[in-house]
Design a binder for this molecule. Structure first.
Ligand code: SAM
Ligand code: DTB
Ligand code: SF4
Length: 320
């Protein structure tokens, strides 16, 4: 059990000391050359009944994102194939659902999972809340990981989302874990949370047993029409501080520099990698918001001398 005070001590340590410590942990558990490229696809966009204050896909906010139906399996498979050809080794499919409902749409998602898995990509989905039975079906279809974020501290959560409880999130994460699916769980910075909220959020994540295999750290992408449209911009040093803490507290996890990279300079991103981030989303769009252009990311990685991660399927065959 990692104590709240230990997390606070770490979080409040001088910036350079923290980054240096994170870097030491990073070098012990990972290789700098190993930065995983992931591609996101919104398979069901908009029209979500939830009230997440940051989200452009919530139906109740006028954000210009229209509700669409679930995408065709063939379109998804062809997008995943292109992502693989462009060097991605993980393909993440997101749906603007509160929760998964059994039926035709879920069956179609299971088919997508199975076909993307057949391409030799790690396959992740983020579909909202799921039951234990749904988690088992996803696992059987070949799902590698399920993304479900805590987003922030338990006490600040109620200020951001009122249509579900923190405990609902924890229950879904437990269902994912019990089904033998790897857990992808992180949060968003820059929503008006305090340092104590950030410490609390890191404390909760780090005390999951086992810890999450994947921790996406997002900077809020402010979207017009959402309640957080005018949130003040996040200081990149605060972003990197949380990444460094995540690396130290969860040494084996893949810490993902996720949404919000457009507001970070390439130098700030380089510092984030030194502090332990080892994954990015590539492609011009995240789910609905813009992301750095693929060519810019390729140029950045080249400048840094890092090579993308080999597909896990290849790693497995090498290990045999
Ligand atoms: N509906 C599902 C859910 O909420 O779990 C899955 C999709 S939801 C868009 C996935 C995650 O995207 C959210 O948990 C949140 O962390 C992140 N996200 C959404 N809008 C964002 C924004 N404007 N800026 C940063 N991250 C955002
Ligand atoms: C996560 O933590 N970040 C990604 C992924 N999980 C699904 C999503 C970011 C979405 C940003 C807002 C958008 O593009 O709509
Ligand atoms: Fe819906 Fe997910 Fe957006 Fe919340 S974050 S409004 S649940 S799509």
């Amino acid at each position: 059990m990692i104590s709240f005070e230990d997390v606070r001590k770490l979080f409040t340590s001088p910036f350079l000391q923290l980054v240096s410590q994170a870097n030491e942990v990073h070098q012990k558990y990972h290789r700098f050359a190993d930065i995983q490229l992931c591609t996101l696809l919104s398979i069901k966009t908009g029209g979500c009944p939830e009230d997440c204050a940051y989200c452009p896909q919530a139906a109740r906010y006028d954000t210009g994102v229209d509700a669409q139906k679930l995408l065709d399996v063939d379109f998804v498979v062809s997008t995943a194939t292109k992502a693989k050809d462009a060097g991605a080794t993980r393909f993440c499919m997101g749906a603007a659902w509160r929760e998964v409902r059994d039926g035709r749409d879920f069956d179609q998602v299971l088919e997508m999972v199975s076909k993307v898995n057949d391409l030799g990509l790690e396959v992740c989905t983020t579909l909202g809340m799921i039951t234990d039975a749904q988690a088992k079906r996803l696992k059987e279809a070949g799902l590698s990981a399920y993304n479900h974020n805590l987003d922030t501290s338990e006490s600040y959560y109620g200020k951001i989302i009122r249509t579900r409880e923190y405990q609902d999130r924890l229950d879904t994460l437990e269902n994912v874990r019990q089904a033998g699916i790897s857990v992808c769980c992180g949060g968003i910075l820059g929503m008006g949370e305090t340092d104590d909220d950030r410490i609390n959020f890191l404390h909760t994540l780090a005390n999951f047993d086992p810890q999450p295999e994947s921790v996406p750290i997002n900077a809020l992408v402010p979207v017009e029409g959402t309640p957080l449209a005018d949130a003040p911009p996040l200081d990149p040093f605060d972003f990197i501080r949380v990444i460094a803490c995540a690396r130290i507290l969860m040494p084996r996890a893949r810490v993902r520099l996720s949404a919000g990279r457009l507001s970070l300079s390439q130098e700030a991103q380089a510092l984030a990698f030194l502090a332990g981030a080892n994954s990015i989303f590539t492609g011009d769009t995240l789910l609905t918001t813009p992301n750095p252009a693929f060519n810019e990311d390729a140029a950045l990685l080249k400048k840094l001398g890092v090579k993308p991660k080999a597909p896990f399927a290849m790693e497995m065959s090498l290990a045999e």
